[in-house]
Write a new protein. Structure first.
Lengths: 334, 334
DNA sequence: GTGAAAGCGCTAACAT
DNA sequence: ATGTTAGCGCTTTCAC
């Protein structure tokens, strides 16, 4: 492994000149530069990023914290982050936290010591005090998918509005008994989606029926059990609003297993628009989140911060989500 | 940010003593160690991994190369890698290569310079000369999901056998006109799956009908178009063997869109067993790959190599894949 | 425009 | 058992 010294020797200059020639920030004699570049090529020299990082106090690395990369919303986000990171010469370290704040803190501490120049969190919760503290300390931090009020920069969709629109669509197509399969309600995101659901109902003068609101716990529960149980009790909604596409898939399976049809008997709307959602049976009407774009934007924001863009006020950036209408909702006459 | 010097000063010892006390590898007076630990705690000292890495020539970091994290087989692999890595104090850098060998080479070069201690490639192709060279140079490398002959350590399933068994199952359940939707045939993995298909057919004395072998190009093509085209031409298989679950989903959609039923008219077998596959309509009979386990094993192997386990011969480790029978195959009588 | 020297934070001989 | 020293590979004053 050639070092800067080897290059210097071969080019007949000092290491500092090599450094200067490579950085391009400092004037170097044209002919000297040529010789240096020649030597670099000949020796296949690649600067040691560790040494550089040690000296400069930065590593061009960002940490990406996700709850679990196996949850299908996160790969696209990660991909967006990685693509932008690479464009800017950054590398990304992937961390799965399983919603465990202590594990996340450990991770952050470990990485923070000169490892990473900033973090993107897709894991924010109300209790995520440590993220807030990181930001307070002046460490570059951007949230994605989930936000924490206005205090920390973030790239998210308007969950309330998207949910409101989805449920409104269901109401406009003649549905009156709309079930919601909600996710972890300790997450702002699901609180907002639930609010959107409630307000859409209220706006249409429809009651909120507790027997139609289903909460689903962990990530391995897609709501199949909850919907089945509801149906078996004889509670029959005319539509299900699932707050994620996997939950929509679980709901459809449960409805069909009870001998009912989708959307004939029960309409279903999802949330996410996964790659496969268009190919389900029926093709899923769902809220499409621009996940890749969100990841990409978050990365851009973070890199700007790292590069010392004066940040000013934190900004929560709202990207557009929109309802993709396919075939899982039937228009009902009354 | 406290450095080792600060700790030393506060504890009234030299930096090397601090280093020794922390490493635990060298005897340090019990009382001295206490004082050091106290100072460490008081200053919230965290060693600078960059400096450590520069000195020791390793970073406890591994690079994970995947074609695209959005392809649903890779998140589980990545998760397996990451969990094991973390257990051993390693961090993982995620790289998406989009099957682009040049991009991958750039990545590898960049990371290799003292950044990462080893690589896990889920991207190997026959042309992946650079991976082979890396290994030759003595750099720790493990392949996962895809392998390169016996030359490089790998953790894979037996694609030939799994495919053979899946098709044999289709034959045993009375199918005679079995269509295959194959993936990128420049990949050994798909060549093997195709071989398994052919040999299962041959073993049963069935002909290979060219009009029933469908090749699907990029990752955004799940075979929907190809299957639709085949059906529209009046070519009607009694079963489809899809070489991935997304392709099975595409096939099912296409079959249904042509007014046929699954498995009534056409049975479908997939390959992967994604989280959602059990909830499809019909629940998908598919070859289950232990993806998490494969990632975990690959990481373990790599870390052993990094830690200087004398490697000996490269070993291609075969993990068990098995056919999960659900409801997308109908038993046919003749 | 270029070289010499110092130092980023750490560890590992080498002394004592 | 502990302190001193050198050096990992790089950048950046500071001289010239």
């Amino acid at each position: 492994m050639a070092t800067i010294k080897d290059v210097a020797k071969r080019a007949g200059v000092s290491p500092s000149t090599v450094s200067r020639a490579l950085s391009g920030k400092v004037p170097v004699d044209k002919e000297t530069r040529e010789r240096v570049m020649e030597a670099v090529r000949a020796l296949n020299y690649k600067p040691n990023i560790l040494a550089k990082g040690l000296k400069e106090g930065r590593t061009n690395t960002i940490g990406l914290m996700v709850p679990n990369i196996c949850n299908p919303v996160f790969p696209a986000v990660a991909r967006g982050v990685e693509d932008v990171a690479r464009e800017h010469g950054f590398t990304v370290i992937l961390c799965n936290t399983d919603e465990n704040i202590e594990a996340e803190k450990d991770y952050v501490e470990k990485l923070q010591k000169r490892w990473v120049d900033g973090f993107i969190f897709a894991t924010a919760r109300e209790e995520s005090q440590h993220i807030f503290e990181l930001k307070e300390k002046g460490f570059p931090v951007v949230l994605v998918v989930r936000h924490m009020g206005q205090a920390v920069d973030a790239v998210v969709i308007d969950n309330y509005k998207s949910s409101f629109e989805a449920v409104k669509y269901l109401i406009n197509t003649g549905h009156r008994r709309i079930c919601i399969i909600n996710g972890d309600t300790s997450l702002t995101l699901y609180k907002e989606r639930f609010e959107g659901y409630k307000h859409a109902l209220q706006a249409a003068g429809l009651p909120i029926m507790p027997e139609l609101v289903l909460d689903v716990a962990g990530r391995d529960d897609n709501g199949y059990g909850a919907v089945t149980a509801m149906l078996k009790k004889g509670i029959l909604p005319d539509a299900v609003f699932a707050t994620s596409d996997p939950r929509a898939i679980g709901a459809i399976r449960a409805i069909k297993d009870c001998g009912l049809s989708v959307p004939g008997d029960v309409s279903v709307v999802g949330f996410d628009d996964l790659d496969i959602s268009a190919f389900l049976d029926p093709p899923l009407t769902t809220v499409s989140q621009p996940l890749y774009e969100m990841g990409a934007r978050a990365a851009r924001r973070l890199i700007d911060m790292i590069n010392g863009e004066k940040s000013g006020q934190p900004k929560v950036e709202l990207v557009e989500a929109n309802l993709v209408i396919r075939k899982s909702v039937k228009v009902r006459e009354h």
